[in-house]
Design a protein around this ligand. Sequence first.
Ligand code: BGC
Length: 490
Amino acid sequence: MKEFYWGVVQSAFQFEMGDPLRRGIDARSDWWQWVRDPFNIKNDLVSGDLPEDGINNYELYEIDHRLAKDLGLNAYQLTIEWSRIFPCPTFGVEAEVERDSYGLIKRVKIKKETLEELDGLANHFEVAHYRAVLKNLKKLGFSTFVTLNHQTLPVWLHNPIEVRKNLEEAGARGWVDERSIVEFVKFSAYVAWKFSDLVDFWATFDEPMVTVELGYLAPYVGWPPGILNPNAAKKVIIHQMVAHARAYDAIKEFSKAPVGIILNIIPAYPLNPRDERDVKAAENYDYFHNRLFLNALNDGRVDLELNWEEVKIDHLARNDWIGNNYYTREVVRWIEPKFKELPMVSFVGAEGYGYSGNPMGVSPDNNPTSDFGWEVYPKGIYDSTMIAAEYGKPVYITENGIADSKDILRPRYIVSHVRELFRAIENGADVRGYFHWALTDNYEWAMGFKIRFGLYEVDLITKERIPRRKSVETYRRIVTEGLGDENDSS
Ligand code: BGC
């Protein structure tokens, strides 16, 4: 039998900072700017909590690795933060670019001199830090999964405050700007060159559609750059696809490890299955949120104009594995398309279900909801895994977890989701790993610290890791002994 990877997952921005002596600060990312912007705080777009008061995995990583080891895990997933490695622009480093007949970048040439120049710009203290982190994981016997982009961008590439004021005039426009592709390729090549001896699996992006949906189509949710601009959203989709494919090529030059992408594949169900418009809404959701990236990067079927017309672009079909983050489902109903530029966005989450529930309550289907209001729906991990499996690549559940500070729902959540995952495997899905979000509590983006995902609670003053015992024991037991019988959940 192939090795099954049991792990935990963290991102850089959400876990690293928090040293009481203010060591390990990274003030060079877009999110750093975003969460302390007075307008955002005043208008409740963000919580006002700050990441530098957080978990402090940057200094305490050895403790966290040991906790993961004691759970019996054999894999650990983390992000190498771009803005730490390159705090200043890399635009000046030359890299030749070739385009296809659509004008898309089909090749970025990275030469030895390119890497040497990048080495001159890199922050070697941070390179050494991540090497120490990865070495420690290896020493403890973990397989390492490294993500290159988990939402955050260097501020020299994306200044969300400027973008919100005026996209056209902003200098640093993030994924709207095609130059970000080339810079991402440089970063990816450099990281692969520096770290290939310590990394077993690479992921380019984590949840690129979240960047699009929350950043450019829902300005009220507190996600940078917080603008409503469907044309920018379209560009961000295509640019991230190209960035993935070209980073894939670049990583392959220096590393034999498989390169994948992490999506959050959300199964969508019609509110009224007998209403054909709701059925259509669910199909549109599935196509927009799940399939655009899956089709393009696995099969080269690319919907360039976002009008359901796919063209075949082989140089985008680059992917060795699919990471799938699953938390809950969507139940959708039809609405007239919200944006004329994006006719497929003709759905809205039905109140009470999926991501649209109320905190600590129950959904209309009588499923409990988390502290975040997300409905507990284990069958969804089965359905979402089966969507991923259609593409014929190995699948890893790269995130699954629940915001539950009192640890009331989590033990059963873990058991029921792993059970549904195993059912997917029995029914043919090639699933090779499961990573829990998260080992410890984390900084939950715009929501700050009040949302608690950790198997271990973190005291934000002392930074102590305090087990949420039932969940810790449940996960440990699953990993070391298997699922056990049906009612054995805590
Ligand atoms: C994201 C994490 C986030 C988690 C819980 C995932 O979709 O990748 O960054 O903390 O959801 O909201």
